[in-house]
Design a binder for this molecule. Structure first.
Ligand code: GNR
Ligand code: NI
Length: 167
């Protein structure tokens, strides 16, 4: 297992669209395991492969406090959605920034699991918010894209300043 480096906004690599996984093999499973380790270490409740600079359609999520509910979504697709809900979101790629985003309240997701087996899941609440946030990452989109241009500009400046501090 290995910890992976999480890209920070406004890194242009976060904008790369991810490609579908053709085959769920040991290499993919190794990446999934490393993504879980990286997410738990952060700590975060979700992580998309895009955030660790791998342009593949892979997402991991665990909303539990004790790391006992790992979800792995490979090639996830939202096939139905309903309702609206506003949630305060954060992102490991935009550390320290939290703001409200409106998303679907309920989604029906199709994906492959860690063994390459297809499954479908009807979800709501934080899991629904999280999978929408993660699929956005796979499409090169970030939660700050839903905020006003003024807010996004401020966040961008703050991130660039922070970056100069740590480098
Ligand atoms: O850790 C995370 N928390 C979170 C809170 C509200 C809505 C979405 C998220 S996902 C985020 C981890 C992350 O950046 N995943 O891409
Ligand atoms: Ni995120």
């Amino acid at each position: 297992m290995a910890l992976l480096q999480v890209l920070h906004y406004p890194d242009p690599r976060l904008r790369n669209p991810a490609q579908p996984v053709a085959q769920v093999d040991d290499e993919v499973r190794r990446l999934v395991d490393d993504m879980f380790e990286t997410m738990y270490e952060a700590p975060g409740i979700g992580l998309a492969a895009t955030q660790v600079n791998v342009p593949k359609r892979i997402v991991v999520i665990d909303l539990s406090n004790d790391r006992t509910e790992p979800y792995c979504f490979i090639n996830p697709k939202i096939v139905a959605r309903e309702g609206e809900e506003e949630t305060e979101e954060g992102c490991l790629s935009v550390p320290g920034i939290y703001d409200t985003v409106r998303r679907s309240r309920w989604v029906h997701v199709e994906a492959l699991d860690r063994d390459g087996k297809a499954f479908t899941l009807k979800i709501d609440d934080l899991l629904a918010v999280c999978i929408q946030h993660e699929i956005d990452h796979l499409d090169g989109k970030l939660f700050v894209d839903y905020l006003s241009e003024v807010k996004r500009g401020r966040i961008r400046k703050k991130m660039e300043k922070l970056r100069r501090k740590i480098l």
